[in-house]
Unconditional design. Sequence first.
Length: 306
Amino acid sequence: MAYKGQIIKAMSGFYYVRPDKGEKTDIPFSYSEEAYQCRAKGLFRKKGISPLVGDRVVFELTETDDVEGYVTEVLPRKNRLKRPQVANVDQALVIFAVHTPEPALDLLDRFLLQMRVRDIPVILDFNKDDLSVGDEAERFREIYRDAGVELIFSSTVDETGIDEVRSFLKGKLTTVAGPSGAGKSSLINLISGREIMETGDLSRKIGRGKQTTRHTELIRIEEDSYIIDTPGFSSLELPDFQGRSLDSLFPEFDKYRNECYFTGCSHINEPDCGVKAGLSEGIIPRERYESYVLFYNELSEKRRYT
């Protein structure tokens, strides 16, 4: 008999599927999160399809020795992320440290670009606010004030901003991502109210966290509120823009693009450029413009050799 459910965890070739509400099954759960341990049918390999955490699927129960069932169909997706490998998310919570380690803004901007291409709302959380020095927090607030994100500053030490994070997660399926060392696991543990993620120490040599997340998993925060914790990342390729221009993915440019003298202005070398005027006036943050130039040149180089 076929049932519908959602993949809540993927590890070592197994998919842990939680049945939808109302689906009645006779076989007891062996997994603690009320899910069945399943394999994917061989037909997925032939079709080049890989089930992902967050996928809604059709599965069958078998009661064999090594598995309890098989995923037979992946239902249509609302969206899909390649890195992290998740599907059907409502939003993304992106966690970077204010300090220790210093945030790599070009990496952050790459991730924001990926989410914007897919029209996935972003909550940008600068964590470890208790470690900020001088006006660091205010600097990041100015850089990302018009970047089309919800901005939060948090600390797991004094619990600053934690209630605000919880309010954004309520009733949503949220993918949580960020570089190692940003305090992602500690924040997830605090939000969930239990020790569900292993936390790691910062490497004294490189100032980065040791990778503690080994797989992708959907975690219940409260009723109808879930997060998908994902391994940290250290680099990201630019996404497929799906027919959109790079400058259209920078919300800060929206007010100024129509003020450019040249149609199709690249905002790099042309005179009478509205975007560069906004930059000169201090309205467009220089850090965001520098990311734009970096990505523009990277795309130009790639096109040259393709």
